[in-house]
Design a protein around this ligand. Structure first.
Ligand SMILES: CC(C)(COP(=O)(O)OP(=O)(O)OC[C@H]1O[C@@H](n2cnc3c(N)ncnc32)[C@H](O)[C@@H]1OP(=O)(O)O)[C@@H](O)C(=O)NCCC(=O)NCCS
Length: 199
């Protein structure tokens, strides 16, 4: 039997944190770059599966979970919920200065201590946002498209009219994929861009 897509279940978290790390260097394995293997997942996976578990879906094969898509319908509401429930214990566990200045771990700690807010022009038009990551063994087989489709249905049912995402300019594969599935660039930063589409 081929890989299947299913809803996130409690207990999937370690596999999702691992996928986040293994795709965390512009789509490539970031394992060697971080001293603490949990930091990427603590920023890009943990708050989503804690605060919006019904908008998380995974791709699974006989070897286990190999990909995920995570979303929230209302980015501003999510930012406020993270400020209340997700960031405080992480800030206590990982004080600023734990890691060498400007190291990858240190940069994650800066996000934990001062998470950037999505820009107003983006959230007013595209209030939902998402993250998607597949291990190499699941890539290039249509599962990215199918996982997105599953999430889009759920986000639309949750009332969201449109969705955005952030992607590093170095991740040319992901940018080409997003363009191919209907996203356009709506905001540019120095090293990343925001892409968006209606639902
Ligand atoms: C980027 C990613 C999510 C794409 O998922 P995927 O399962 O590999 O892509 P799919 O096989 O579903 O491709 C869907 C369509 O996009 C097209 N596509 C995918 N990658 C493409 C690329 N690099 N250039 C052009 N088209 C591309 C496919 O040809 C396919 O077209 P079709 O449906 O018309 O036949 C996945 O490769 C991945 O997780 N990469 C590593 C982690 C990452 O970079 N995540 C994004 C972080 S912002």
């Amino acid at each position: 039997m081929g890989p299947t897509i299913r809803a996130f279940r409690p207990g999937d978290e370690p596999a999702l944190y691992d996928i986040c790390l293994r795709t965390g260097a512009s789509g490539e394995d970031a394992t060697g770059e971080y001293r603490d293997p949990n930091l990427l997942g603590a920023v890009f996976v943990g708050p989503y599966v804690r605060l919006a578990p019904s908008l998380a879906f995974v791709g699974e094969d006989e070897s286990g979970v190999a990909g995920y898509v995570l979303g929230v319908p209302d980015t501003r509401r999510f930012e406020k919920a993270c400020e209340r429930e997700w960031w405080p214990p992480l800030r206590a566990r990982y004080p600023l200065g734990t890691f060498p200045p400007n190291s990858p771990d240190d940069q994650m700690l800066r996000l934990i201590h001062a998470p950037p807010e999505a820009s107003e022009d983006v959230v007013e038009r595209y209030p939902a946002h998402l993250h998607i990551d597949l291990l190499p063994r699941l890539q290039g087989r249509g599962y990215g498209r199918r996982l997105l489709g599953t999430l889009f249905t759920a986000l639309a049912e949750a009332g969201a009219p449109a969705v955005h995402l952030g992607v590093g300019l170095a991740n040319t594969n992901a940018i080409a994929f997003y363009e191919h599935v209907g996203f356009t660039v709506v905001h540019r930063y120095e090293e990343s861009q925001i892409m968006a589409r209606p639902l």
